[in-house]
Design a protein around this ligand. Structure first.
Ligand code: SAH
Length: 361
């Protein structure tokens, strides 16, 4: 039955592994093991315990971090982020969506009394054929967690709406980059385009930026940004613009505005191989404009989170953009997703966030 755990055999009847089956999708079975072991509550617990151990050993298990990154942690279709004592679970496949009880049980063993929320993605649920769940899953008796929680990320405080907002609440994959980009912000004017709840801007302003301009098309995300800027006491140095970044970048360029730091962190411009060309044009356009907005010595942090756009492709796009913009550009560093979103060498899809830190010479 769709969603069931099944054994996968080769033509001679030899066991290849066990996984979760869904014939509706491009990947009919997602393997959870290549060994002869059962897909049961204990397997989920072993995998999550291993995921926690890896992050603790690497110093990645702070106040907000990704505990489980799907295939990369041996649990395809399952994402779990931790915000303080809270676990936010996102099921991305039909099979995984049915294992909520086992997942909650394993989390209960690892984090006794920690509240658990679900934040399933509606698009994934539609493709896979399950009803997405959002909101509080368990109510641990000793906990008084509300629907919002504030976490600390270095010097920064960020408010998370549990079971709401994008992803599981925050873009934890950008955490290391928030801090890194802030290192260039002191005394400068910063543009945070595709800002979501303003994490780049908050870090930059705490790092001494003179001013930050945030561009974001979603009013809900901007409301979150305003709250975060206020929580960090930097709201008076920020300007929030609810706008389409493509239009706003064009207007800033037409107005000959200049910034010491520009961040371009758009949503994935393609989720499919067939539309990579159109995505390439989109990335090129915003990067031409972003580079033209830099003052001499200014720094552009530019990203793609479309896993079909490889680091090599993205570098080529930015090279083209720099040529068209007429800006001599120094490559300061390649950027990628935070270490709590590990990459499996043999599962290239586990790497999806690519970026470049560039400087106008
Ligand atoms: N930089 C953020 C994450 C950005 S995610 C962080 O580090 O937390 C991308 C954001 O772009 C989303 O919040 C989405 O609402 C916004 N967005 C999507 N299309 C947009 C557009 N055309 N113009 C402006 N913002 C857009």
């Amino acid at each position: 039955m769709p969603g069931d755990a099944v054994a996968v055999l080769d033509s001679t009847g030899r066991l290849l592994g066990r996984g979760l089956y869904n014939p509706r999708t491009g990947i009919a079975c997602r393997l959870l093991t290549r060994r002869d072991e059962l897909v049961d509550a204990d397997l989920i617990h072993r995998r999550l315990a291993g995921a926690l151990q890896f992050r603790q050993a690497a110093g990645l298990a702070g106040d907000g971090y990704r505990l489980c990154w799907s295939e990369a942690d041996g649990l395809p279709g399952l994402v779990i982020d931790r915000y303080g004592p809270v676990s936010v679970v996102q099921c991305q496949t039909l099979g995984m969506s049915r294992l909520g009880g086992w997942i909650a049980g394993a989390l209960g063993r690892l984090f006794p009394d920690g509240p658990i929320y679900r934040a399933d993605d509606a698009t994934a649920a539609r493709i896979e054929g399950f009803e997405p769940q959002r909101g509080r899953l368990t109510s641990a008796p000793s906990s008084d967690a509300s629907e919002e929680i504030e976490i600390t990320d270095g010097p920064c405080r960020l408010v998370v709406t549990l079971g709401g907002g994008h992803k599981t609440g925050l873009y934890l994959d950008q955490r290391a980059n928030h801090a890194r980009v802030a290192g260039y912000a002191a005394g400068r004017r910063v543009l945070d385009a595709f800002a979501y709840q303003g994490a780049f801007a908050c870090h930059a302003l705490l790092g001494g930026a003179r001013q930050a301009v945030l561009i974001e098309s979603s009013s809900g995300a901007l409301a979150g940004a305003r709250r975060n800027l206020e929580a960090n006491g930097v709201a008076e140095r920020a300007e929030l613009r609810e706008a389409n970044a493509f239009d706003e970048l064009r207007q800033l360029e037409a107005g000959r505005e200049r910034f010491g730091v520009v961040v371009l962190d758009p949503p994935p411009f393609t989720r499919r191989k067939e539309t990579v060309d159109a995505a390439t044009r989109g990335y090129k356009e915003i990067n031409i404009r972003g580079l033209r907005l830099l003052e001499p010595g200014g720094v552009l942090a530019t990203f793609s989170c479309s896993h079909h756009v490889t680091p090599e492709m993205f570098e080529a796009i930015c090279r083209d953009a720099a040529g068209d913009a007429g800006v001599t550009t120094r490559l300061l560093a390649p950027l990628t997703q935070a270490g709590d979103h590990p990459v499996l060498l043999n599962v290239p899809e586990t790497r999806y966030l690519t970026g470049l830190l560039l400087q106008a010479v």
